[in-house]
Design a protein around this ligand. Structure first.
Ligand code: ME8
Length: 534
């Protein structure tokens, strides 16, 4: 049977500002789902994780000018920062697209021509309020006045009146099809965001969408085919990145990777992905994505992050202070898709020390020390009746919980509830710590009695088995830490090319531990300087 292929996408980020925690969070969600898929089905399945940078448009043009930089150089420098972020954070993106690449320009022009030949793009004129920061026109109901300035009610960015001749896309033709897609397939997860998208369609018929700008105003972008006076609208250009990554317009390649399984986005760009994008795709004769996973935002002290408030969380700084896996763990542990999450360094330090250093790390230290585990092995799995005789019902119940953990966690990952997967693993590890504390293997190890020796082997089996299962299940979230753990538990070299089920079924024989002394996570001692937004 063919292995299921997976295509995931991350929004392509604007290069006008440095990467922040929100960018990393979106990328991380996709990375964890990508790693989970490869763990579940084995690494030989075909996968595509698409990311990139959004480099055209008025906003970038103005930003480069404000920095007195050549716009191409400005884009090169800032795009590189996002690639560095991906590298440092171990984001397993295997297709990074810059909108200034030639292959992308070819794909966008091809899509434009296809839409135009299909009668879906026509020349007209457009007048309305435009927000350059959001690169979008807004209707009067989407505006409000703050200090006598007209701004977007949603983003707070100021708008200006624009009136020009340009090309329009017949978005109105797609109203019913998009509505049906949202109702019948409920593609946007969690469901509350599907409903928000539906509400937009219920507000009234969709108007046609302006999809080009005059080249007098906008210079930095892809020119409309056969019209040097018009530049393609930056959102049509940006959304097409997902298809560029799939090889568009080479349909053999597109059919291999499209439709995407899951497109991950933040709630700020829902309309572009749940209304405009499926319409463009339908216009091109392609299927809309199977699912869109829309997540909420990170706040700091319950406020939006902004340069003016000085509370923007810098992911480079946090990864340096707390390690890449430490930061990944906190973001995945605390971030939930359905509501905004609050970032706090104090909370991060508390979680990392309590869960990664104590619950996870100390358990490994206790069960692999030479004083307790003289044979330096994971003992053979005992029969349930023997286990209940030596370490009681509590031990047997824990073994049952460890055995059933993969199925529980699989359900959570498949439902995109990574935070629940982490909590389920930590619950089992906490129960294991309690058992170890109660049965004190360090005392059993000193005893000469045969019954104690058997009991010790059983405690060690349960604890090391819990650690191994946890290490496998958490490896999508904290790959470095779990790599170290699994090598210590003698699983190094055995993980390549195997599925999760194969990796879990190794306990008929004794397994030798690796000699290396390891610390899974160094406790963070000095947190006096740790304050959100610092
Ligand atoms: O919108 N919390 O790029 P962008 C969580 N180029 N995630 C956040 C966040 C926060 N506080 N702030 C931003 C663009 N994000 C376009 C996208 S796609 C074809 C074009 C994340 O640099 C979230 O994923 O403004 C959001 O959708 C994205 O960054 C916006 O990044």
């Amino acid at each position: 049977m063919a292995l299921p292929r997976l295509t995931l996408t991350v929004p392509i980020f604007y290069v006008n500002a440095a990467p922040h925690v929100g960018h990393l969070y979106s990328a991380l969600v996709s990375d964890v789902l990508h790693r989970w898929h490869r763990l579940k089905y084995g690494p030989s399945c075909a996968t595509l994780l698409v990311g990139g940078t959004d480099e055209h448009g008025l906003k970038i043009q103005q930003s480069a000018a404000a920095h007195h930089k050549d716009v191409r150089l400005f884009c090169d420098e800032n795009s590189l920062k996002f690639r560095q972020l991906f590298k440092l954070a171990n984001i397993s993106c295997n297709s990074f697209v810059r909108t200034t690449e030639e292959r992308h320009e070819t794909a966008v022009r091809h899509a434009w021509t296809t839409l135009q030949n299909g009668g879906l793009i026509y020349k007209g004129s457009y007048a309305g309020w435009y927000s350059t920061a959001d690169e979008t026109f807004l209707s009067p109901s989407q505006l409000k006045t703050v200090d006598d300035v007209l701004v977007s009610a949603e983003s707070g960015h100021k708008v200006e009146w624009m009136e020009e001749e340009n090309y329009l896309f017949r978005l109105s033709d797609f109203h019913e099809r998009i509505k049906r897609w949202l109702v019948e397939r409920t593609p946007v997860k969690p469901g509350l965001f599907n409903q928000i998208a539906l509400n937009w369609l219920e507000e009234g018929p969709l108007s046609d969408l302006s999809v080009s700008r005059s080249s007098q105003r906008l210079k930095w972008g892809i020119q409309v085919p056969n019209d040097s006076k018009q530049i393609i609208y930056v959102w049509l250009d940006a959304l097409m990145t997902y298809l560029t990554a799939c090889g568009y317009p080479d349909m053999d390649r597109v059919n291999q990777f499209w439709p995407a399984n899951v497109q991950i986005i933040g709630k700020d760009i829902l309309k572009f992905h749940a209304v405009y994008w499926p319409a463009f795709l339908m216009g091109l004769g392609l299927e809309p994505p199977r699912e869109i996973l829309c997540h909420s935002h990170w706040l700091v002290n319950h406020q939006k992050m902004s340069k003016s408030l000085g509370n923007v969380v810098d992911p480079f700084d946090r990864m340096e202070r707390f390690t890449s896996d430490g930061f990944r763990y906190f973001l995945m542990r605390e971030g939930v898709p359905h509501s905004d999450s609050n970032y706090s360094d104090e909370k991060l330090v508390t979680y990392l020390n309590a869960e990664l250093a104590n619950t996870f790390g100390n358990l490994l230290g206790r069960c692999t020390s030479k004083a307790v585990n003289a044979a330096q092995t994971i003992p053979v799995r005992p029969a349930p009746s023997d286990l209940s005789r030596t370490i009681g019902e509590e031990g047997l119940e824990l073994l049952y919980n460890i055995d059933s953990l993969p199925a529980t966690v699989e359900e959570y990952y498949d439902d995109y509830s990574v935070y629940k997967a982490i909590t389920a693993v930590m619950d089992v590890l906490r129960q294991t710590n309690v058992l170890v504390q109660n049965l004190a293997p360090w005392t059993l190890a000193k005893s000469k009695a045969e019954a104690d020796k058997e009991k010790l082997q059983h405690v060690l089996f349960v604890a090391l088995y819990a650690l191994k299962v946890s290490g496998l299940l958490l490896s999508p979230v904290i790959p470095d830490i779990c790599g170290v753990l699994l090598s210590k538990l003698g699983a190094s070299g055995k993980t390549d090319g195997r599925t999760l089920d194969e990796l879990l079924s190794d306990h008929a024989n004794e397994i030798s531990l690796d000699d290396a002394k390891v610390t899974l996570f160094e406790r963070i001692i000095d947190n006096s300087e740790a304050s959100a937004g610092a």
